[in-house]
Design a protein around this ligand. Sequence first.
Ligand code: PLP
Length: 368
Amino acid sequence: MRKKLKRQFRIPGPVKPSLRVRRAINRYLSNPISHRGEEFGRLLWRTTEKLKTICQTNNDLFMFTSAGTGMMEAALLNCLMPGEKVICVSNGFFGDRYIAIAKTLGQQVVEINYEWGSPVNLEDIKLAIQAHQDTKALIIVHNETSIGGTNDIKSVGELLKGKNILFITDTNSSIGGIDVRVDEWGIDIALTTSQKALMNQTAMGILAVSGKVWWKRQQKNYSPRSYYFDLDNAKRSFATGHTMMTPSVPTVAGWDVAADMILEEGLENVFTRHQQAADIIRRLATDFPLVAPIEMASNTVTAFRWQGTEKSLADFLNKLDKKFNLKIAGGQGRFAGKIFRIGHLGDITSEDAHDIANRVKECYNTIK
Ligand code: PLP
């Protein structure tokens, strides 16, 4: 009998944090510190500085104890008043979620929709901006986790340069694994979470906020639409070394170390490692077609189309989990039962990627 395979937990986030990160979290669980004390202030400030380096920004950066969806809502809440116009570009599950959130907040939504998995056409964005001169913000997901595709936000940033429109982008499954240059690309709000390529445990989020956002808020006498997520509250508290509401202290501590790991390796090396892992995983496309075209294939998550029934996909994923000790994800929303996704983010190596690809192939061979 062959020996038990090492557990590979490879959904596209949350990731399993590495031992160093888990130890840091444990330390703060075993010896709690006050979130109102000086030690926490030092932890918060130094972790924030490291995260700013990873996000390639000198803008303000705030941590919130929240899931990614909270950050999605916070970005929209802090940039737009009800009735104001936002262009939402969507080619997947999370792009659609922005449309739903903006509508819930009473914002006027100009939708640019694509088939899930299809690339974004910059011409469409150009035309929408021309047709809607009163647009206040544009939102696009950078790495659409639901389709395994990366949108070209650098070009979107170029398109928006010099325009009176706030550029919001969701980097939930990219920052820390794929190059995102917040300042250079003119991103006004970049949002992300702890549990993906930033290698931490779940449920803290980040908003990186440009000077243009603050300026816009002053110009129009912005009145807060939320207490918990209000940026003025966040800024005031951060200056005193706190978060306004009780934070997940162990998660901040985990981030302190996870950020060290990324910076010690070097951003360029981290991006290359993710690309190499992605290249290996993508070779499975000989058996299963990619959901997103190769030109936009993501370096942190790959989505494949399943060729059989919903039931046979469920059986395949179950067998991978139980017999091959590999946990990957199915599809979301309208892609449920039709695709499967492999997360190759966090501390993934090429060796892991080969191992994952081999297990997927081997398992598939047992059932096809
Ligand atoms: N945006 C993207 C691109 C995501 O991948 C996710 C989660 O997978 C979210 C937003 C939502 O994050 P959460 O599930 O933490 O609310």
